[in-house]
Design a protein around this ligand. Structure first.
Ligand SMILES: Cc1cc2nc3c(=O)[nH]c(=O)nc-3n(C[C@H](O)[C@H](O)[C@H](O)COP(=O)(O)OP(=O)(O)OC[C@H]3O[C@@H](n4cnc5c(N)ncnc54)[C@H](O)[C@@H]3O)c2cc1C
Length: 417
């Protein structure tokens, strides 16, 4: 239709976890899929990633779980401790009944490893992968999505999946909102596990909860690496400084914590800091033949460890929504994309909004001080291992369980980036 445009059934914008998963899902359905990524190479920066059963079930569906397990770790427990005393507050056993209940294991994996598993999945399935392409805009012309790129090559497709992350260039087609800063900053790091590494807790995911800070540790790569993430509230952000959360604030943030927490700070790579952002949930992700997915649609604070997990859920939902209508037995029906992406949006928006909102509230509960901390600790300690009431809605197959948490006061207190 457009003389100089590259034509494809599906154009995916962005080669992060969401884009790769979305591309693979639609390729599995039989679509001709092209994925464009602005970076010169595919890859992921950062450290470990927790993959809960709601996400590992999706890998299982595509036959990729075994690959992830070959390189990942199945931790034995998820343990919460008070960072000021070291006291254990609650634990969830992750094997046995947990894995059976949710139909797949809890896995911790280096994010570059999970990214590679998805990338290799795309390559094997026949997704066309293109680097060095920055999409600047998408418009819908005569029932096709037309993507304009910085390099001047246009792409046209029956549908464009915008998986271009938190600062999505395509989200403005459906919303004029901005990323919201939480005032918290993360530092991450992986170090080899050696004979000198303290042996306690090396088979678990450990979360130390402190006032205005927390620290997470877990093993990676079959127990060869120790992953550490430190997250704290930046005083310089509160003072309105633009470059907030520097290394100078890191040690001070943890000065009241137990020695094992303070010692873990030396495992961090301090060259990169990660300011923590999310956005307000939005209901509509569709503009003509373009639909958002992953962080472009529903970026969330990382306290539930669900951003990438929700992107995998998105991909599975997109696969389901399009399989019957778009990829009918008598061939691909381009017109049916409108129904498919609307159905995908409808199935996913309420669910991901709930995860976004709950992640905020969950993070607030981690960082309380004083009386709030005493009450939080009492509540956590009253919970029994294998009490699934807080997990079912998130990890279960049907999203049922505890009621949704709405937090308008927290939403209102956030500052746009
Ligand atoms: C500290 C921290 C810890 C976390 N821990 C977890 C965890 O344990 N479990 C979990 O599930 N999630 C976790 N997350 C969240 C998770 O990392 C993200 O939700 C996930 O990586 C988002 O993937 P994405 O593909 O949507 O976006 P991104 O990873 O941002 O990918 C977007 C891609 O699009 C490309 N792109 C952007 N714009 C364009 C354009 N215009 N044209 C072409 N390409 C473009 C980018 O280069 C990039 O490759 C964590 C996040 C943080 C910050």
């Amino acid at each position: 239709m457009f003389e100089h445009a590259t034509s494809t059934d599906v154009l995916v914008v962005g080669g992060g976890m969401a884009g790769l998963a979305g591309a693979l899902a639609l390729r599995e359905n039989g679509a001709n899929v092209t994925l464009v990524e602005r970076a010169p190479e595919f890859g992921e920066v950062g450290a470990g990633l927790q993959m809960a059963p709601n996400a590992s079930r999706v890998l299982k569906r595509w036959g990729l779980l075994e690959k992830a397990l070959e390189i990942g770790v199945q931790p034995k427990h998820l343990v919460f401790r008070d960072a000021l005393t070291g006291e254990e507050l609650t634990r969830q056993t992750l094997g046995g009944e947990f894995a059976e209940r949710y139909g797949a294991p809890y896995v911790v994996i280096h994010r570059s490893d999970l990214h590679r598993v998805l990338l290799e999945g795309c390559e094997a399935a026949g997704v066309t992968l293109v680097n060095d392409v920055t999409v600047e805009s998408v418009e819908t012309v005569n029932g096709r999505g037309v993507a304009r790129t910085a390099g001047g090559t246009d792409y046209e497709a029956d549908v464009v999946i915008a998986a271009d992350g938190l600062k999505s260039a395509l989200r403005p087609l459906v919303s004029d909102d901005e990323p919201v800063s939480s005032a918290y900053v993360a530092y991450r790091g992986t170090v080899p596990i050696t004979e000198d590494t303290p042996k306690a807790d090396l088979e678990d995911v450990i979360v130390y909860l402190g006032p205005d800070c927390h620290l997470v540790q877990y093993p990676l790569r079959k127990g060869e690496l120790l992953n550490t993430v430190a997250v704290f509230k930046s005083p310089s952000f509160e003072r309105g400084e633009e470059q907030y959360g520097g290394v100078d604030e890191l040690e001070a943030a943890y000065e009241d914590c137990v020695p094992q927490v303070q010692a873990a700070l030396k495992n961090l790579a301090t060259g990169i800091r990660w300011p923590m952002y999310d956005r307000e949930p939005i209901e509509n992700w569709v503009a003509g033949r373009m639909v958002l997915m992953g962080d472009a649609a529903h970026p969330m604070l990382q306290y539930l460890a669900q951003g990438a997990c929700q992107a995998l859920e998105d991909a599975a939902a997109l696969q389901d929504a399009s399989s019957g209508t778009v990829f009918a037995e008598d061939g691909v029906h381009p017109g049916a994309w409108e129904t498919a992406i609307r159905e995908f949006n409808d199935v996913r928006a309420a669910r991901t909004a709930r995860v976004q909102r709950t992640a905020r509230v969950w993070g607030e509960s981690w960082h309380v001080a004083g009386l709030g901390r005493t009450l939080r600790n009492l509540l956590f300690k009253s919970r029994k291992d294998n009490d699934f009431q807080y997990n079912d809605w998130l990890y279960g197959q049907h999203g049922d369980g505890v009621p949704a948490v709405d937090a308008p006061s927290i939403a209102a207190s956030r500052v746009p980036a």
